[in-house]
Design a protein around this ligand. Structure first.
Ligand SMILES: Cc1ncc(COP(=O)(O)O)c(C=O)c1O
Length: 351
């Protein structure tokens, strides 16, 4: 493997054209991107270059058989202008876990970190300091063999692109608990960050949005009885003073935010139970007012509180909590990510 990354810098940055106080997340990209091809059994030609279109043939395997996986992570800036990543080793491990499941060759650790840090460093002016501000980083791999044969691609493209980010959901959410559609099935690819998992969610999520919901809370595909996760977030329930979240099975994405929240909660004396929770148990807890909070946790949304949920035709609304666990855990998590709080688990990674 030729590990030396070639760097071609843009002649003119686009940053002056961006209004960082007013943009829509995911639609503006930074000046540079990383690209590396898998050809003849090797990852070759690692290059950082100006963000630009890529050229692939119409027969490229990703366009037909959907061999596509991705990651989502963020870079944060502290008040001294230093840039930090949060647990990037977890994203590295997860992209390769996704790769194995989708019959994609794994990407080498050293090159992943070299590419990631070099790209973030080059585009570090795009990482802004301030509440909710960060730069979203999207590594991804696509099958890129030019042949319409239903077999794993021989060639692939690994890329990293970056986008400035601000707060994702700013209001409390209203969610619909799935009782017909499923996101993932046992034995399937739900635990992988495979592009098709998201395509499959769009239609049922649109139906829910038409009814005024922000997101769907997915349940198990066998009986629709157990709560799994929500949109692009893992989900937590506070019943009395215990925080409950589903175990990560093969139908649930093993979220970096989820595992960090569990650890922070434990560090702060909050009782956490990782267990399967039934929709019925949730409804009972809502009816007897022991259900205090529900929130989603994920890189893009950080921690998003859920105020209202509906299952079939029953609607439940949660009361405001003075001692919100969601708020407390979010502020500690963000404090660690942005170098404001002590990082006792060694999660921050300096660029
Ligand atoms: C389906 C799904 N669940 C959960 C998460 C949260 O994972 P993380 O905290 O690693 O962003 C994401 C986002 O990546 C996701 O797409």
């Amino acid at each position: 493997m030729n590990n030396k990354i070639k760097v071609i810098r843009t002649k003119k940055s686009k940053i002056q054209d961006v209004d960082f106080n007013n943009f829509s997340f995911g639609s503006i990209f930074t000046d540079h991107m990383f690209e590396c091809d898998f050809i003849n059994g090797k990852w070759v030609n690692p290059t950082i270059k100006p963000y630009q279109p890529i050229s692939i043939e119409p027969s490229a395997s990703v366009l037909h058989y959907g061999q596509a996986i991705f990651e989502g992570m963020k870079a944060y800036k502290d008040e001294n202008n230093e840039v930090w990543l949060f647990r990037p080793d977890q994203n590295f491990e997860r992209i390769n876990k996704s790769a194995v499941r989708m019959a994609i060759p794994e990407f080498p650790r050293e090159l992943f970190f070299e590419a990631l840090t070099k790209l973030v460093e080059i585009d570090s002016d795009w990482v802004k300091y301030g509440e909710g501000r960060s730069m979203y980083i999207r590594p991804f791999i696509i099958g890129n063999e030019y042949a319409i044969q239903a077999v794993p691609s021989k060639n692939y493209k690994f890329m990293i692109i970056c986008a400035p980010a601000t707060l994702y959901y700013t209001k409390k959410l209203k969610v619909l608990v799935a009782d017909k559609y499923s996101r993932a099935a046992s034995g399937g690819v739900g635990y992988a960050k495979a592009a098709g998992n998201y395509a499959g969610q769009f239609y049922p999520t649109n139906l829910a949005k038409e009814q005024g919901f922000d997101q769907v809370v997915w349940t198990d595909s066998n009986e629709h009885s157990y709560l799994e996760e929500a949109g692009t977030m893992n989900i937590f329930f506070r019943i009395n003073n215990t925080l409950i979240t589903a175990p990560t099975t093969d139908t649930i994405l093993d979220g970096v935010t989820r595992k960090s929240i569990i650890q922070i909660a434990k560090d702060n004396g909050i009782n956490v139970e990782v267990k399967k929770l039934k929709v019925e148990e949730l409804k009972n807890a809502a009816n007897n007012r022991t259900l205090k909070e529900i929130f989603g946790a994920g890189t893009a949304a950080v921690v998003s509180q859920i105020k209202t949920f509906q299952h079939k035709s029953e609607l439940f609304e949660l009361d405001e909590q003075n001692d919100s666990y969601a708020e407390k855990l979010k502020s500690i998590l963000v404090g660690i990510q942005t170098n404001k709080l002590v990082d006792k688990h060694g999660w921050r990674y300096k660029v």
